[in-house]
Ligand binder design. Structure first.
Ligand code: PNS
Length: 162
């Protein structure tokens, strides 16, 4: 059988990318030949950063990972996954609370595109309490978030709340 490149898509809102996301992206990069991290323009959430800013922060934060690239997408995730020929959607799961939402999305995506598997990686223990929402709240209230986010994100957050 001919060797085919194994491609995974890591989708998310990434507003902004934090160390928990990066942990999942790095682990996906060890499992797949090529990983495309995609920032959603249509996740239905009001975001602090524009989709282009979120993608730029992802690029800066993933620069050390040679098989990882960053893109943006609008519309259905499964249309994007089909278009790039990926065989998997990789996401992180922090707690049991995440499970219900992730399971529902995985089942809908499977109904829409049965040939793509959703793979949920358990978030590493040290990142379980980190979320983009809490990072923005702590930053807005004057707390130091630099240990939870890659350096380019810490710098970008500082300019947003200055
Ligand atoms: O970081 P998030 O908020 O968990 O990411 C959610 C995201 C962007 C992966 C999800 O909202 C999504 O896939 N949106 C694209 C629209 C879509 O395909 N909706 C149906 C998915 S079940």
């Amino acid at each position: 059988m001919a060797d085919t490149e194994r491609v995974a898509v890591c989708p998310g809102t990434f507003d902004p990318v934090h160390n928990g996301h990066l942990d999942i992206i790095e682990r996906a990069a060890r499992l797949f030949d090529r990983v495309i991290v995609v920032a959603s323009a249509d996740s239905g959430k009001r975001t602090l950063f524009s989709v282009q800013e979120r993608a730029a922060l992802l690029r800066a934060s993933c620069a050390h990972l040679p098989n990882v690239e960053v893109d943006t997408f609008g519309g259905l995730l499964t249309d994007y996954v089909r278009a790039v020929g990926a065989s998997a959607i990789v996401k992180g799961m922090r707690t049991a609370d995440d499970f219900q939402t992730e399971q529902q999305m995985a089942m809908m995506n499977r109904a829409l595109l049965p040939e793509a598997e959703t793979i949920l990686l358990m978030t590493s223990p040290e990142a379980v309490y980190i979320s983009s929402t809490l990072i923005k709240e702590v930053q807005a209230l004057g707390g130091d978030v630099s240990r939870f986010v890659p350096p380019p994100v810490a710098a970008a957050l500082a300019t947003k709340t200055r």
